[in-house]
Design a protein around this ligand. Structure first.
Ligand code: BGC
Length: 665
């Protein structure tokens, strides 16, 4: 279809007037393109976001947070999730899905972490690719966002991310590159921040050199809403579509006319963007015409996808003396308390939030799954002391963890920490359930806690999965897509996340046009997340890739063999040695033993999620490509593999290597 569509786009371009072209490159009514009515070019409708359809008029499935999806480490789950979300968009006649968001998690405080895929470039890449492919197969365009380095929402519109090129290529741009090259996304959205001194919509190095020249991207680049700060620069840099065309800001259509009249923007620059929009529109139209299956809106199948994502994404962090699973029985007494017990936040806030229809709460789900028990919603000391176990539900919600703001690392002292301590003081069997988009401070209270579950934002029905895990109907299998440090200061980016003197609290950034730009220096370079802890030789509270199960797994038989095109096959066996069926996430890490540049001790380069019955053993082969051994050589502007020895480790987390081997490349 490629060449026919290109020809048609060229024909339409040639037939358009200058004013029609100016119209087409400016979005309208918040989420629409304008089309070219005279020539029969249709308008496209866009909608947020990665975690489901945010449209107040149509009831949509509220899926678990994207970070929960990352915690499943399950590409098939990402595909099922992407497909279900896209079906609901198509059922509502939406042509462009404004997601997925793939900015990496640099610290716990970024208000949008919940709508991204965690700290690791490889994990985020694989999950994003699966999502994009499945979503676009439903007949829409995804818009991978926010390109790039929008890793904080602290005054995001004035924040200049200062990042060296190697770090960009190896870490922050990886998931975008994968979504373009392997996922085939048809669109990208730039971000609100600056990158190395230039607003990303105006950054020619990013949108032209990297994206189009190096990665061969042939799709559409749109601005974030009001994010094209200098229209002429943005169009010259490679942006195609200015969203949303709020007249107060970009003054549509006057500034673009003036730029063209004065020669500051060449007609060819405008034509390139118009051509991209035409091609994009025709491609989307063709995909939709080719589809025979009618899309489904909110339905039982999508609810099942949401629930299964929560089941696989919730992470059991601690389980002293195997307190969990609890066995529900007549006469059992349970106290459920804490601010997140009822109602339980289903999502963080902002563009990614889908308002849940009939959301399940933790309290409701516990009552439903343990009808024979007495469940009290109380934190009265005498009731706590008499209970068999206490479930304390704490964390954030859509008001306090949201787009446009950052949130603190610590839980709320009075609301959350005091309640946890009070429960621990009266009952040793205290189970804490955390509802949040990332890590929180735990070291100050965790020692006296019997069990901890990280539930992320569970979506409309994920609290059922929390209760199923508590009562052993589901064996937990989520693994952290982030590192949780002991203290804020221990984290990789702690020293240079905010400008000196700033606190983690900020007001919504309505005042951004008047604020001065400030620098955020990514001084940790490629040593972000777990790479930092490896280099420092320090142990975090919970390492990247960590998560407990109700069963145990044994690894054996590592064989590493070279494969074609400079890669390797890593084969090994995993056996379920416990009494319950369960899923293990085997993680393959690669480390260059001696390198001419500082490289991480090891980097995640492959993983496999295995579902095993008790006693069952499975042989797995994880294929590593040549890139798995490479670093980005800035001088040569290329990926380079330095010959020599590489460590190949298979781990149950980034700190728990089960098998170790070598490969000489
Ligand atoms: C957000 C984007 C979103 C857009 C449209 C912006 O504020 O940053 O993620 O897609 O609004 O709603």
């Amino acid at each position: 279809m490629g060449e026919t569509i290109r020809q048609e786009a060229r024909r339409l371009l040639a037939a358009m007037t200058r004013d029609e072209k100016i119209d087409l490159v400016h979005g309208v009514d918040n989420v629409w393109t304008r089309g070219v009515p005279r020539l029969g070019v249709r308008k496209l409708r866009m909608a947020d976001a990665s975690m489901g359809l945010r449209d107040d008029l149509v009831p949509a499935t509220a899926f678990p947070a994207f970070i929960a999806l990352a915690a499943t480490w399950n590409r098939e789950r990402a595909a099922a999730y992407g497909q279900a979300v896209a079906e609901e968009f198509r059922a509502a006649d939406v042509d462009v899905l404004l997601g997925p968001g793939v900015n990496l998690y640099r610290t716990a405080c970024c208000g949008r972490n919940f709508e991204y895929l965690g700290e690791d470039p490889y994990l985020a890449s694989r999950m994003a690719v699966a999502y994009v492919r499945a979503a676009q197969a439903e007949g829409l365009s995804t818009t991978v966002k926010h390109f790039a380095c929008n890793n904080s929402d602290w005054h995001r519109c004035c924040s200049n991310s200062v990042v060296d090129e190697r770090t960009l290529r190896e870490v922050y741009l990886q998931a975008f590159e994968a979504a373009v090259k392997d996922g085939g996304t048809r669109a990208l959205m730039t971000s609100y921040n600056l990158l190395n001194g230039e607003y990303t919509a105006c950054n020619r190095w990013l949108s032209h050199k990297v994206l189009r020249e190096d990665w061969g991207f042939d799709g559409l680049v749109m601005s974030d809403w009001n994010g094209a700060r200098d229209l002429g620069k943005a169009f010259r840099a490679g942006m195609d579509l200015d969203m949303p065309g709020v007249t107060q800001w970009n003054g549509y259509p006057k500034p673009l006319r003036e730029l063209l009249d004065s020669g500051q923007l060449k007609p060819e620059d405008l034509d390139r963007s118009v051509f991209q929009i035409l091609k994009w529109t025709l491609e989307i139209q063709k995909m939709q015409e080719d589809r025979s299956r009618p899309p489904r809106g909110r339905c039982a199948d999508h609810a099942a996808v949401a629930l299964q994502t929560a089941r696989e994404g919730i992470v059991l962090l601690r389980n002293r003396d195997n307190l969990l699973p609890l066995e529900a029985r007549p006469g059992m007494r349970l106290c459920v308390t804490g601010p997140a017990a009822y109602p339980t936040a289903t999502s963080g806030g902002g563009a990614a939030e889908v308002k849940a229809v009939d959301p399940v709460s933790i309290l409701g789900a516990v009552c439903a799954l343990a009808p024979e028990a007495t469940v009290l919603r109380t934190d009265r000391a005498e009731e706590l002391a008499r209970a068999d176990a206490v479930i304390v539900c704490v964390g954030y919600d859509a008001e306090r963890e949201r787009e446009g703001l950052d949130r603190p690392w610590e839980l709320h002292w009075h609301r959350d920490v005091n309640v946890i301590r009070h429960c621990q003081n009266h009952n040793p069997n205290t189970i804490v359930v955390i509802v949040a988009g990332g890590g929180v401070e735990m070291a100050s209270w965790i020692d006296k806690t019997a069990a901890v579950l990280h539930a992320w934002y569970p979506g409309e029905n994920g609290c059922q999965a929390i209760a199923e895990i508590i009562f052993g109907k589901v064996n937990p299998s989520g693994r952290l897509p982030i590192t949780i440090p002991r203290s804020w200061a221990d984290g990789a980016a702690a020293a240079n996340y905010l400008p000196p003197g700033a606190s983690h609290y900020n007001l919504p950034d309505y005042d951004w046009p008047t604020r001065a730009v400030f620098d955020v220096k990514y001084e940790e370079g490629v040593f972000v997340g777990h790479r930092h802890f490896d280099r420092a030789g320090r142990t975090p509270l919970f390492p990247f890739g960590f998560g407990l199960s109700y069963t145990t797994f044994e690894y054996s038989g590592l064989r590493v063999t070279k494969s074609a095109a400079g890669g390797a096959d890593v084969a090994f066996r995993v056996r379920n040695t416990g009494a319950r069926a369960g899923a293990e996430v085997a993680q393959v890490y690669v480390g260059d033993v001696q390198a001419s540049v500082p490289r991480p001790v090891k980097e995640l380069k492959g993983f496999a999620r295995l579902v095993l019955e008790p006693g069952q053993e499975q042989e797995v082969t994880v294929a590593l490509d040549r890139r798995a051994f490479a670093f980005f050589d800035v001088a040569r502007q290329d990926w380079v593999v330095e010959p020599g020895e590489f460590r190949i480790c298979v781990g149950a987390s980034s700190q728990e290597m089960r098998l170790e081997g070598k490969l000489v490349v």
